[in-house]
Design a protein around this ligand. Structure first.
Ligand code: AMP
Length: 503
C-alpha cells in the first residue's frame, strides 16, 4: 500500500471542509499540507519513524488532527494523551510507551512544564513543527502499528491498546457502512480525544468520507445546543451523561427557546449513544424532546464498535442491537463454550477491527484472547437476536444468595423511583450473602429517601434477592473523564462509610 487510505481519500476531497474549530474553517488540502510539514519535522531527515511513539497533548481541533495524521504519515505510533491528566498520569503514559517526542499546543504548555525537562523526551510545540519545510514521506504498510490508547484501568494500571492501520480502517469502515455516512454529513465533536469514541466514531469516520467535523475543545451543554441550532449538523454522538446534561439545559430554557432547540435537533439524521449503558428514561426523555430514538451501540477500546441498533429499523430501548458488519460476536460460559439461547454469557469478539496487542504486555495480551477471539469481560444476553448488556462480569455481575444478578438491571429499575436522579449499584462482599446489593443514589433536589422506604417501593419491581440492602446518598456519582461511573470508587465509599450507611 503506497499511501495511507485516510490520506489518499483526503486528496479526493481537497476543497471540501474537513474541520471547523475556534480558528476557523479548514479544507482537506490544508490538513494534508500542514500534516506533511509536521511529519517532515518529526522525521528531521530520516526516512521513516519506524513506529517510534509520538505522544501529543493538543486541544481538539485542526491541530489535533494534523498531529495525528503527521505521526501516521511519518511512520510513527500516535499516542493521544488525555487533556486534564495530572503530571503523574502523563508521566506514566510517556514512560510506558517510551515516547521519544511529546507534542503540545499553546493551551497545554503549562500542563507539561514539570515533565518537559526529562531526559530522552523531546517536547516540541505544534507551532514550531508546522514551520518545518516538507520532505518525502515514507510508504506505510497497513499491518503496521498506528495508535496506542490507554484503557480506563479499573483494575491495575491502564494498559496501552495497540491498533494497526488495518484495524483502524476496519473499525471506521464498519461504522460508515452501518450508519450510512456520506460526504454531506456534518458532525459535532464534543468528546475528549484520547478515547475510541471521539477518535474513531466521530473524527475518523467523518474524515474518511470527506464529511465535515466541527470540533469543540470540550463539552459544554449551552455550546452544544447553540451548534445544534446554528450549524446544520446531520449527526451527533455522545455518552449518556452528555444527553442527561443536554436534557437538563433544555429543561432550564424558556418555552420559546425549547421549541427552537427541539426543532433544530429534530433535523439531524442520526443521534448515537454509547460507551456506557443508556438509561431507558434518558432515551425516552430525549425522544420526547427531539423526536429521536437514540441509536445505542456497544464497543470498546480494544475492538472498536461491535454491536449496534439499526440505522434503519426499530431500535429497542435497553439493548445494543446486533453485530456490526465484519464483526463476529459470541456469548460463552466460563469454560469457553457457547451458552444456550437466552442465557447470559461473556461477549467474545473476532474481526479485522480487533486490536493487535497490549503495549509491552505479552502476558496480558495472551490472557485476553482464546483461539483468536478477544474476551471482552462484559456479560450480555441475546433476546430474539438482539443483545442486552448486563455489565462488566467482575464488577456488575453480582453474586448474592446463590443468584447472579446484573447491577445494570437493578439500576434501570431504581431510576424509575420518583426521587432518584442517578444511581450506581455495586456488590459489597458479605460472609453470609456472598455479596450484598448496595445502591449509591443521587436524589432530586429537595427530596429524601431511606433504605426501608426504597425497599418497600422496590418490592413491586424487583425480585427479593435484587432489592438493595445498603443505601448511600451522594451529592454526585464518581465518574471518569468519559462520564462513566467508576464503580470501584463507589464500592470503596460503601466500605469507608459502612458504619454510616443504613442497613
Ligand atoms: P472503553 O474501552 O473505555 O470504551 O470501555 C468499554 C466498556 O464500556 C465496555 O467493555 C462496556 O463495559 C462499556 N460499554 C460500552 N458501550 C456500552 C453500552 N452501550 N452499554 C453498556 N456498556 C457499554
Amino acid at each position: 500500500m503506497a499511501v495511507l487510505p485516510i490520506v489518499s481519500r483526503a486528496r479526493q476531497h481537497g476543497a471540501r471542509t474537513a474541520v471547523v474549530d475556534s480558528s476557523g474553517t479548514h479544507r482537506y488540502d490544508e490538513l494534508l499540507d500542514l500534516s506533511s510539514h509536521v511529519a517532515s519535522a518529526l522525521l528531521g531527515g530520516r526516512r521513516d519513524l519506524q513506529e517510534e511513539r509520538i505522544a501529543f497533548l493538543v486541544a481538539p481541533g485542526l491541530a489535533w488532527v494534523t498531529v495525528q495524521w503527521a505521526i501516521w504519515r511519518a511512520g510513527g505510533i500516535a499516542v493521544p494523551l488525555p487533556i486534564g491528566s495530572p503530571p503523574s498520569e502523563l508521566e506514566y503514559y510517556l514512560a510506558d510507551t517510551h515516547a521519544s517526542v511529546l507534542i503540545f499546543d499553546k493551551d497545554n504548555e503549562g500542563r507539561i512544564s514539570s515533565i518537559r525537562g526529562q531526559a530522552q523526551l523531546n517536547a516540541i510545540s505544534y507551532e514550531e513543527l508546522i514551520a518545518s519545510p516538507p520532505q518525502d514521506l515514507p510508504e506505510i504498510a497497513e499491518h503496521r502499528r498506528a495508535m496506542i490508547l490507554y484503557t480506563s484501568g479499573t483494575s491495575g494500571r491502564p494498559k496501552g491498546v495497540v491498533t494497526t492501520h488495518a484495524n483502524i480502517a476496519a473499525q471506521i469502515e464498519c461504522l460508515v457502512n452501518a450508519w450510512e455516512w456520506s460526504s454531506d454529513d456534518r458532525i459535532l465533536l464534543c468528546l475528549p480525544l484520547h478515547h475510541v469514541h471521539g477518535i474513531i466514531n466521530v473524527v475518523s469516520c467523518a474524515l474518511w468520507l470527506g464529511a465535515t467535523c466541527e470540533m469543540l475543545p470540550r463539552f459544554d451543554a449551552p455550546t452544544v445546543w447553540d451548534r445544534i441550532v446554528g450549524s446544520q449538523l446531520t449527526m451527533f454522538m455522545a455518552v449518556p451523561t452528555i444527553y442527561v446534561k443536554l436534557i437538563a439545559a433544555w429543561e432550564a430554557s424558556s418555552a420559546e427557546c425549547r421549541a427552537t432547540l427541539s426543532k433544530h435537533a429534530a433535523q439531524l439524521r442520526l443521534m448515537v449513544s454509547g460507551s456506557a449503558a443508556l438509561p431507558v428514561i434518558t432515551l425516552q426523555r430525549w425522544h420526547e424532546i427531539t423526536g429521536h430514538t437514540l441509536l445505542e451501540r456497544y464497543g470498546m477500546t480494544e475492538i472498536g464498535m461491535a454491536l449496534s441498533n439499526p440505522y434503519r429499523g426499530a431500535r429497542i430501548p435497553g439493548t445494543v442491537g446486533r453485530p456490526l458488519p465484519t464483526v463476529e460476536v459470541r456469548l460463552t460460559d466460563e469454560a469457553g463454550n457457547d451458552v444456550s439461547p437466552g442465557m447470559p454469557g461473556e461477549i467474545i469478539v473476532r474481526g479485522p477491527g480487533v486490536f493487535q496487542e497490549y503495549w509491552g504486555r505479552p502476558e496480558a495480551t495472551r490472557e485476553a484472547f482464546r483461539d483468536g477471539w478477544f474476551l471482552t469481560g462484559d456479560t450480555a444476553i441475546v433476546e430474539n437476536g438482539v443483545y442486552r448488556i448486563l455489565g462488566r462480569t467482575n464488577i456488575d455481575i453480582l453474586k448474592t444468595v446463590g443468584h447472579k444478578v446484573s447491577a445494570l438491571e437493578i439500576e434501570e429499575a431504581l431510576r424509575e423511583h420518583p426521587v432518584i436522579s442517578e444511581c450506581a449499584v455495586v456488590g459489597i462482599p458479605d460472609a453470609e450473602w456472598g455479596e450484598r446489593i448496595a445502591a449509591a443514589v443521587v436524589l432530586k433536589s429537595g427530596s429524601a429517601l431511606d433504605l426501608q422506604t426504597l425497599r418497600v417501593w422496590a418490592r413491586e419491581r424487583l425480585a427479593t434477592h435484587k432489592i438493595p440492602s445498603r443505601l448511600l446518598l451522594l451529592e454526585s456519582l464518581p465518574r471518569n473523564r468519559m462520564g462513566k461511573v467508576t464503580k470501584p470508587e463507589v464500592r470503596a465509599m460503601f466500605e469507608k462509610t459502612a458504619e454510616n450507611a443504613q442497613g
